[in-house]
Write a protein that binds this ligand. Structure first.
Ligand code: PLP
Length: 377
């Protein structure tokens, strides 16, 4: 019998996506205009609440790029960024020839550390330049230390770009991730909690920022009869087909979050029985994670290794993944400043992401549990 592969975080369609795509075909709105885009944006604005103005874009990376443009980041400017993240958080800094300054994570949420952040800000100020932005991440769906970080942002008057690519549906003190930054972004890439095939949104706090985002995302065309351009623009708008998928996915978002959180409970029950492995979990009740991915940490001096566990899963046709390698350890970002004690490097060395899809069946969970329980032998 052919063994079905268990994926890390596969797309999980809800059923009505095709209806909305069909609607796009019937009305012949196939490109970057149409009701799917409008409705997708509206449903996200309603969902997030709290003064959220949503612009649908072609990717989360594009959203970060435009967020930096909105904050007037230019060549030579400092931009502070959480080191422990996927490379897309940082690359747009280089698109603009600005200078990334990387900051370590703290141990409770694995996100940007308030103390190291202040050290980084002081370094930039000593160099005579206030950083133009702080890019925070909510890694694997876990919200960052929102109160502490926003307090520093206010103290030094440096805006926050909240990279919540992985954290749709996560909350801090009952408010949604994506509502904390001066500008926030969410990704709908194929492996995220819901998907539009590829896509992202930029969330701003006022209508004028939304208008400017739309302007920059559609080639910055001046308000004239002919094609007049005074500024550099981009082709970053989401299309009406992708937005149709997104519309359908929004209808099942609540269910997807529930399923992922159930996966976490399952892993907790298994890991509790294993001496040498910990599970990354919410530090306090202030934090509500969508548990996009479940991450295990192998304890120090343990005989098992992440490579061995990964290999065992792989032999059973089960996908696992190493953690994001921190940016300050990447060849691309070798020359950049880093502040902290390399806590995130230690987490990277000892962690492994396990299958966390919202379509994970009980049978799959049984297989996974068996492998984990036996991994210490
Ligand atoms: C996925 C992801 C992005 C980029 O989103 P895309 O839609 O793939 O461009 C950015 N930051 C983080 C942390 C991500 O996980």
């Amino acid at each position: 019998m052919e063994k079905q592969k268990i994926w890390l975080s596969p797309p999980h369609m809800g059923g009505s996506e095709l209806k909305y795509i069909q609607n796009a075909f019937e009305t012949n709105w196939i490109s970057q205009y149409g009701s799917n885009i409008d409705e997708f944006e509206k449903s996200l604005e309603n969902y997030l609440g709290r003064n959220s103005f949503v612009t649908a874009l072609s990717s989360g990376t594009a959203a970060i790029h435009l967020a930096l443009k909105l904050l007037n980041v230019e060549e030579g400017d400092f931009v502070i960024c959480q080191s422990f993240t996927f490379v897309a958080s940082a690359n747009p800094i280089l698109y603009l020839k600005a200078v990334p300054v990387f900051v370590d994570s703290e141990s409770s949420t694995w996100n940007i550390c308030p103390n190291a952040l202040e050290d980084a800000i002081k370094y930039c100020l000593q160099k005579g330049k206030k950083p133009k932005a702080i890019i925070t991440v909510s890694l694997y769906g876990m919200p960052f230390m929102v109160d502490e970080i926003l307090e520093i942002s206010r103290k030094y008057e440096i805006p926050v770009i909240e990279d919540s690519a992985e954290a749709l549906g996560s909350k801090y003190k009952n408010e949604f991730c994506g509502t904390f930054g001066d500008l926030s972004i969410i990704s709908f890439n194929g492996n995220k909690i819901i998907t539009t095939s590829g896509g992202g949104i930029l969330i701003s706090r006022n209508l004028s920022d939304k208008k400017r985002t739309l302007f920059l995302a559609t080639q910055a065309k001046d308000n004239k009869e002919y094609y007049s351009h005074s500024e550099l623009g981009y082709n970053y708008r989401m299309n009406n087909i992708s937005a149709g998928i997104g519309r359908g996915q929004m209808e099942v978002l609540e269910n997807r979050i529930t399923k992922r959180r159930e996966n976490h409970v399952f892993y907790q029950q298994v890991i509790d029985k294993i001496e040498n492995i910990d599970l990354f979990s919410e530090p306090t009740n202030d934090f509500y994670s969508n548990y996009w991915l479940n991450v295990i940490m192998i304890k120090k001096d343990s005989a098992v290794t992440k490579e061995k566990i990964k290999e065992t899963f792989s032999q059973q046709n089960i996908e696992t993944r190493y953690l994001w390698k921190p940016m300050h350890l990447q060849p691309l970002y070798n020359d950049c400043q880093f502040f902290g004690n390399n806590f995130c490097g230690m987490v990277f060395d000892n962690g492994l992401c396990l299958p966390s899809g919202s379509d994970l069946t009980d049978l799959c969970k049984e297989k996974i549990a068996e492998i984990l329980i036996n991994c210490e032998d």
